[in-house]
Design a protein around this ligand. Structure first.
Ligand code: GDP
Length: 521
């Protein structure tokens, strides 16, 4: 195998960098992708319509050489991190689009957090410079705070002023991508072997069956090859490029649409070409079995704060990754400042890979999954999709309403002193549909139980758009129509009385939980 690797190394040739475009909503990601494509894709006929196949390649004249860049056509860090969560690291360089009139916005920071967590080098496209209100210098200065220091300021990040609308600066941007890729990465792959790569998107087409867009990472994919992609398998019946032209073969970093798979793979699934159909089918079946086992095993936690303490004692880890979410930016900053001030000596590191304001999202959980991070929620709760994802992936999400408590737990963990205690178990949540004023019982919330079960003896927490407005509230009354109830299940309506707690509004969520002793292992 070592021999094979060596031989592989010798045969490697330069391959195009693969680029993802990220940034705040409306800052011009889509416009940029359009501008790059229309200015550069070599279309067979002038004015020919390009096809969306999930990615496209453009030629770039660079230092007298003809080079190429592959653009992933789904902008945004959500797709990027969802792929990473599936184990697919396809992006070589991220273009961070920042509108020069708006400057750095929350999703700009989110995007750069995601790229930095993946160790992907960033090129900043300062967009909309055609506008009178554009202030590119401000963007440069703002991003310095996030370790993106412009070359002009002595750093090594390239900032390129562009107008995606007018198509100006695009060539410079492509040049910057190549310079950044060449400086930071060794982009080579062996084209002379069986193809391997990643599915970037897939769909079921009425006439053509499963249609998968794949990105070849190494080797060369040819028409007629037997392949396995995720748990799908088959033979490459036909391949098409971004111009809709049929192609016979595709080398490293080349995106192509593939017909001939038995079923529809998922974005992020890996593929490989095999010697024959039978091998492809066998690998697909094996992957299917492994996946089913993994789904069963996923009930278990990835890393909890307690696991971390234990692993730290055993010398298996040395850095704790955290994601901080809070209801207001001041609280998140205060939390981050205090956490970074914890003195734990040189051996242990604390890395805050992402911070933000608002409810905990599925995206946060995806990031926690790939980077084995623990999520700290300060006065915020997860969206329901995020809760499901956290449960499925076993991500430790910890909730606090007092900053000191959070710091105390993290500090104890880092010092190897965290003792397992009680943990909160979510039992159900109910949405407030209507509020009834009762002189005898205080306000009664007329609710629909959204998930799980609401129990009379559970504790309640009230949230509004993911932000906690009341916590640890005793349920004073629980009724189905006129009758007292001990529990009400998902899909049923009920009246919940929270006693003196009166800060409830229609649309609020009442979440109930019980405290359980943590299992020791
Ligand atoms: P996305 O949400 O980041 O994909 O942003 P879009 O590409 O959809 O662009 C958002 C809006 O900004 C659209 O109305 C675009 O026409 C506009 N826009 C994008 N780039 C530029 C630019 O360079 N200059 C100006 N003036 N407007 C732009």
């Amino acid at each position: 195998e070592a021999e094979e690797a060596e031989e592989d190394d010798e045969n490697r040739v330069a391959r195009p960098p693969v680029v993802t475009v990220m940034g705040h909503v409306d800052h011009g990601k889509t416009k940029l992708l359009d501008a790059v494509r229309s200015a550069n894709v070599v279309s067979k006929e002038a004015g020919g319509i390009t096809q969306h196949i999930g990615a496209y390649q453009v030629p770039v004249e660079h230092e007298g050489e003809e080079r190429r860049i592959t653009f992933l056509d789904t902008p945004g860090h959500e797709a990027f991190t969802a792929m990473r969560a599936r184990g697919a690291e396809v992006t070589d360089v991220a273009i961070l689009v920042v509108a020069a009139d708006d400057g750095v916005m929350p999703q700009t920071i989110e995007a750069l957090n995601h790229a930095q967590a993946a160790d992907v080098p960033i090129v900043v496209a300062v967009n909309k410079i055609d506008k009178d209100t554009a202030n590119p210098a401000k963007v440069m200065q703002q991003l310095t705070e996030y370790n993106l220091v412009a070359e002009e300021y002595g750093g090594d990040t390239m900032f390129v002023p562009i107008s995606a609308l007018k198509g100006t600066g695009i060539e410079d941007l492509l040049e910057a991508v190549l310079l950044t890729a060449d400086a930071a990465l060794d982009l080579r792959a062996n084209p002379d072997k069986a193809a391997r790569g990643i599915a970037i998107e897939a769909k079921l087409d009425k006439g053509r069956g499963a249609v998968a867009s794949v990105l070849v990472e190494s080797g060369t994919l040819r028409q007629g090859d037997a392949i396995v992609c995720g748990t799908a398998h088959g033979r490459v019946r036909a391949m098409f490029d971004e111009n809709g032209d049929q192609v016979e073969e595709a080398g490293p970093s080349r995106p192509v649409q593939v017909l001939g798979l038995s079923s529809v793979p998922r974005a992020g699934d890996s593929f490989l070409a095999t010697d024959d159909d039978r091998t492809a089918r066998q690998i697909a079946e094996k992957r299917d079995a492994i996946e089913r086992n993994a789904a069963q095993a996923r009930g278990r936690k990835r890393i909890s704060l307690e696991d971390f303490t234990k692993a730290l004692e055993e010398g298996k880890v040395d850095t704790l990754n955290l994601i901080l979410k809070g209801d207001v930016s001041g609280a998140v900053e205060a939390l981050e400042d205090s956490l970074l001030k914890i003195d734990v000596g040189a051996e242990v590191g604390l890395r805050i890979i992402h911070r933000g304001v608002g409810a905990i999202t599925e995206n946060d959980i995806n990031l926690a999954t790939v980077d084995n991070a623990i999520v700290i929620g300060f006065n915020v709760r997860p969206e329901s999709k995020a809760r499901d994802a956290a449960e499925r992936e076993g991500v430790d999400v910890r909730y606090y309403s007092v900053i000191y408590d959070a710091i105390d737990d993290i500090e104890s963990s880092l010092k190897g002193m965290l003792k397992p205690e009680y943990e909160e178990v979510h039992t159900g949540s109910a949405e407030i549909r209507e509020i009834f004023r009762s002189s005898k019982f205080g306000n009664i919330a007329g609710c629909l139980v959204r998930d799980g079960v609401i129990r009379r003896n559970a504790k309640a927490r009230v949230t509004r758009d993911g932000v906690v407005v009341g916590d640890n509230i005793a349920i004073e009354s629980l009724r189905r129509f006129k009758d007292d109830a001990t529990e009400v299940r998902e899909g049923f309506e009920c009246g919940i009385g929270l006693g003196k707690f009166n800060d409830i509004r229609e649309g609020d969520l009442i979440e109930t939980f019980e405290m359980q002793e943590k299992p020791r292992d």
